[in-house]
Design a protein around this ligand. Structure first.
Ligand SMILES: Cc1cc2nc3c(=O)[nH]c(=O)nc-3n(C[C@H](O)[C@H](O)[C@H](O)COP(=O)(O)O)c2cc1C
Length: 176
């Protein structure tokens, strides 16, 4: 892990140094990571926790975890009690703000995520309904568009590349 971390640390330290040298005060730098256990070697939860522990002591502004689904658990028996997000949040232990993303679509999803993160990020949900945040803030949850039909795809000017990506990753949210 130390060896794998060398590249990451050099990039992080290098970026932080350049930002400091630039003198820009409001230029934020974060690190986004994604525990991926589909491949071996990959980047499993145990390795993620090791990395997060190191990064949380860096002069970063935030850490960002990308999950396929926010409450996903690991396959590693040792960490079977909680979601990956919970383990990561506990490892950071308030040293840096944590942003989470991954299949967050409803108020309940957000509330769950905010127990173990400082910020919840919404990707596909906002592509499908650009007024997602307005509707949540105005307590108009029932008006949130949750599926994307072909007419709305055109109205929202979803590009062919983005649509192809959505077909690959979130086809259950598309109505054809
Ligand atoms: C059209 C599209 C493009 C994306 N491009 C990137 C990307 O370039 N780099 C990246 O790390 N994640 C990318 N993502 C992944 C998102 O950042 C996010 O992790 C993922 O969509 C899960 O969040 P969601 O369920 O709220 O959409 C992309 C997602 C979508 C839908």
């Amino acid at each position: 892990m130390e060896k794998r971390y060398t590249f990451i640390e050099r990039v992080v330290d290098g970026v932080i140094e350049v930002v400091k040298e630039s003198g820009k005060k409001d230029f934020i730098v974060g690190y986004r990571f994604s525990p991926r256990e589909e491949t071996d070697p990959g980047f499993n939860l145990e390795e993620t926790l090791w990395l997060v522990d190191k990064l949380a002591d860096k002069e970063l502004d935030y850490l960002h975890i990308s999950l396929t689904r926010y409450d996903r658990a690991t396959n590693i028996a040792k960490y079977a009690d909680k979601s990956m997000l919970q383990y990561v949040y506990e490892k950071i232990n308030g040293r840096l703000p944590l942003v989470s993303v991954g299949d967050i679509h409803t108020r309940e999803d957000v509330e769950w995520v905010l127990q173990y993160s400082d910020i919840a990020a919404i990707g596909t949900g906002v592509l499908i309904d650009p007024k997602w945040f307005h509707k949540i803030l105005a307590n108009r949850d029932s008006e949130i568009r949750t599926k994307l039909n072909l007419q709305d795809k055109d109205l929202l000017m979803i590009s062919p590349g983005t649509y192809a990506f959505m077909e690959m990753k979130t086809s259950h949210l598309l109505v054809k």
